[in-house]
Design a protein. Structure first.
Lengths: 292, 157
């Protein structure tokens, strides 16, 4: 199908984009890479009256190290994340996750800000923001707000963004020495949306977790940081501890049903992901058995 | 809205409605029907074209967004001879049947071959994973791309 008719403006600056959003409110949609918005418009799932095209705003592009944070502009594309030496050095989890997002032609247009603002619960990058402890920077005509990633995602396609606000950047804290990561997802085919996935960041010392963040995606209406992770911090992870954690994870999650999987299947896959993650990060293959 | 772009090396000026996507602009307005329209939501890959040197889905881009851009379609790649060997390999290996996916396949395959001189079958599969073919079962397509990669490597060494 074709998108229904809409009025269109190519924003000339962030200030101009904010003016347009203030003037048109929730009748307007922001067009960034268009790789989620355009399909939704072509399928007539949404029919915005006004499109604010921000894709030419170079000030929203780029990756920069500032002090103890990596600032990533909202228009930074998936392919830019994949090729960036800064991302490879300071946020390798993100680079690994992006390789699972769709296909080359999509990654050439899709943007980080667009993915986060779209907030599909099955997409990879929102979960990475939780695992990495990101801050989402949004701007409106009345000023800037900085929102912790855990507060940003509110539900299926729902975020803390107001209609007059624009997501301008993401800040990732860096400098945690010896942090390690794990990323895996189950999908029907490579590039498809996940049936269940896990993005994890951890600090391991003397074979113990000093910190562990487990961000599951596609198992709820938004990405979730599993509280079960706390059971594994500063303890010797024995098979008994592991199986107790898997039970706790099962009780904590209440996955949805859709055409791809039942709640029980998603719950099972989440446990498989957790056990693979822990065994990989601690270098203890024997812990993987506990999931089955 | 009025737009001006470079299409297959030639300047094109046009007036388009905002809702018109690039695929329909190419096919309906410019009669370049080599770019195929399949799913219209970015899944099938039949509408793949090059914008500023990078492959994109032309169904997920508005025609107005190509203002000032350089766009290359399958007609451009074919007429310039850039992919003559790849096209011959597709023909020799029967890597097409109905041909609907072929322009997009050639676009995606050439994109990989330009970046990586010696991709293995797994890399070829991955790079073409966003392009659907309902006829061939993909094996012949992978064969044709692999053969072309090896032949080009042989020529350049």
């Amino acid at each position: 199908m074709k998108a229904s008719a809409f009025a269109y403006a190519r924003a000339t600056s962030v200030g101009n984009a904010l003016e347009l959003l203030a003037a048109h409110g929730d009748k307007a949609k922001v067009l960034s890479g268009g790789q989620s918005l355009m399909p939704a418009m072509n399928l007539r799932l949404i029919s915005p009256e006004f499109i604010v095209d921000i894709s030419e705003l170079d000030e929203l592009r780029g990756i920069a190290l500032r002090g103890n944070a990596l600032t990533i502009g909202a228009l930074t594309r998936h392919v830019d994340l994949l090729r960036s030496p800064e991302i490879a050095a300071h946020a390798p989890l993100l680079a690994e996750a992006v390789a699972h997002v769709a296909h080359p032609a999509i990654r050439n247009r899709g943007t980080l800000g667009g993915s986060l603002a779209h907030a599909d619960p099955a997409s990879e990058l929102p979960a990475c923001m939780l695992a990495l402890g990101a801050t989402i920077v949004v701007r409106s005509e009345s000023g800037e707000r900085r929102i912790a990633a855990v507060e940003f995602f509110r539900g299926i396609y729902e975020t803390a963004l107001s209609a007059n606000e624009l997501l301008v950047a993401v800040e990732l804290p860096i400098g945690q020495m010896n942090s390690v990561h794990f990323f895996h997802e189950f999908a029907r085919r490579h590039g498809d949306y996940a049936i269940a996935g896990l993005a994890s960041l951890a600090i391991v010392e003397d074979r113990l977790f000093k910190d562990l963040r487990l961000a599951f995606f596609a198992v709820a209406d938004r990405p979730v940081l599993a509280k079960a992770a706390n059971r594994l911090i500063n303890v010797d992870v024995t098979p008994a501890v592991m199986s107790g954690t898997l039970v706790a994870l099962g009780e904590e999650l209440s996955p949805h049903e859709d055409q791809q999987a039942s709640p029980a299947m998603r719950g099972h896959l989440a446990k498989v992901l957790l056990s693979r993650c822990v065994s990989a990060l601690l270098g203890r293959p024997e812990l993987q058995v506990a999931a089955s | 809205m009025s737009i001006s772009l470079h299409l297959n090396g030639e300047r094109v000026d046009a007036h388009v409605l905002p809702r018109l996507n690039l695929a329909d602009f190419l096919r309906e307005h410019l009669h370049l029907t080599g770019t195929h329209v399949g799913c219209e939501h970015g899944v099938c890959g039949a509408c793949t074209v090059r914008v500023n040197g990078e492959i994109v889905r032309s169904c997920l881009m508005l025609a107005v967004q190509t203002h000032g851009a350089s766009v290359q379609t399958i007609e451009g790649l074919s007429d310039s001879g850039e992919i003559a060997d790849l096209q011959a390999a597709f023909r020799n290996r029967n890597a097409l049947q109905c041909g609907y996916c072929t322009p997009g396949m050639l676009m995606a395959a050439q994109d990989l071959l330009k970046r990586e001189p010696a991709p293995d079958r797994e890399r070829i599969r991955e790079h073409l994973s966003g392009n659907y073919c309902r006829c061939t079962g993909y094996q012949a397509i992978i064969d044709a791309v692999e053969t072309t990669a090896k032949a080009r490597k042989g020529r350049s060494s």
